[in-house]
Design a protein around this ligand. Structure first.
Ligand code: AMP
Ligand code: MG
Length: 362
């Protein structure tokens, strides 16, 4: 862009080089030498999790654009906690025979999510809103953390819902009962959409789109999802980014790192991310849509297994990386399905899955 203006100016006044052109030419040369490329960092809260950025940019600091885009995405489109957001309005329309008209963006999001639900045999389900609100684990985990860091560590106790409450909420869920026709959505009475499993991935997808023209390299992370941009090493373009993956058995440590090229979305789901403990049971935020309980949490009188693995997905689509990490976590930790089925699901969407557990990254 700057180069085009500079050349046009030269054509109009071949004998003259205005001061502005000199500046532009100088800045082009400096950019080419890399001396105008600066490092920018930022950290903030977004969608109840930590957003952070470290990039090298020859085009100014993208932080403000990113944070305001993220806040708009959360408040206008995705948050079920905000009545005026599009998801809030969809949920309020449940049971209405007229349904609700969808924005093209939301129709695309919901269609992609429902495809993952279908392909995962229901392990991933965006209609779990009644259940996630009943368990309320995001908020409980935050309260537990606050109590833990206050003078009174006993200040918060979590009471899990009764089995009757879980079954009643489960009866209000089920992606097969969502209808999208002629750009309208029809939700059955009582159903609630929760896009918590894909919000960070959608945000990173939009961040990648917004920055695709910019001369930029670095990483942006939102909770367990990371986007890599450009080349890690300008003089060695084939050198990959190494993304550190948290050890689920000791989240203060890394289990290892996964090498990925620029333009990758890396998303991890694990039971260590948000949870509360009560009576020796870890109630975490990843729910098994077939039981209504957190994955691996024993259902009264029905067996079950611990959630042994975290799961990392690498792919070239933000929403998909996030949806698949949640889906593959549920499948890999289901004793009736297991890691191989989870891996096959990821591959059907052109993604790679890594299992992260006591044996490292597999
Ligand atoms: P993530 O950390 O990306 O795996 O997403 C976790 C969030 O997704 C939870 O806090 C819930 O809001 C939602 N969620 C939990 N279990 C599921 C599931 N099986 N399918 C879809 N969304 C889920
Ligand atoms: Mg996810």
């Amino acid at each position: 862009m700057r180069l085009v203006c500079f050349l046009k100016e030269r054509k109009r006044h071949p004998g003259r080089l205005c001061a502005g052109c000199v500046c532009i030419a100088l800045s082009l040369v400096l950019s080419a030498c890399g001396s105008l490329v600066k490092t920018y960092t930022g950290t903030d809260l977004l969608m109840g999790t930590v957003l952070s950025m470290k990039v090298e940019s020859g085009d100014g600091d993208p932080w403000e654009e990113l944070t305001s885009m993220g806040q708009d995405l959360e408040t206008r489109e995705l948050s079920w906690r905000i009545e005026a957001s599009e998801v809030g309005r969809i949920n309020a329309s449940a049971g209405d025979p007229e349904g609700l008209e969808l924005s093209p963006e939301m129709e695309e999001i919901l269609t992609q999510c429902l495809a993952v639900s279908e392909e995962s045999g229901g392990a991933f389900d965006i209609t779990l809103g009644a259940l996630t609100q009943l368990w309320d684990l995001d908020r409980a985990a935050l309260k537990m953390q606050e109590a833990g860091s206050s003078a009174d560590p006993e200040g918060f106790t979590y009471t899990p819902p009764s089995d009757e409450e879980v079954q009643a909420a489960l009866a209000r869920c089920g992606y097969e009962r969502v209808r999208i026709e002629e750009h309208r959505i029809y939700l059955p009475e009582g159903m609630r959409i929760d896009l918590g499993a894909v919000g960070k991935g959608i945000f990173l997808g939009r961040a990648a789109e917004a920055l695709q023209e910019a001369p930029i390299s670095g990483t942006i992370s939102a909770g367990g999802s990371i986007l890599t941009l450009g080349n890690k090493n300008r003089s060695e373009p084939s050198e990959p980014w190494n993304i550190g993956i948290v050890d689920p058995t000791d989240p203060s440590q890394l289990a290892g790192a996964i090498p990925v090229p620029g333009g990758s979305f890396v998303s991890t789901s694990g039971d260590y991310e948000r949870y509360v403990e009560a009576d020796g049971v870890r109630y975490h935020h990843l729910l098994d849509p077939h039981t209504g309980y957190p994955v691996g949490v024993k259902r009264p009188a029905s067996g079950g297994a611990e959630a042994n693995f975290a799961v990392t997905i690498v792919c070239t689509d933000g929403l998909l990386s996030d949806a698949l990490s949640t889906a593959c976590f549920v499948i890999a930790n289901d004793p009736a399905r297991g890691p191989q089925q989870a891996r096959e699901l990821a591959e059907r969407f052109g993604a790679q899955m890594y299992l992260v557990g006591a044996d490292g990254i597999l």
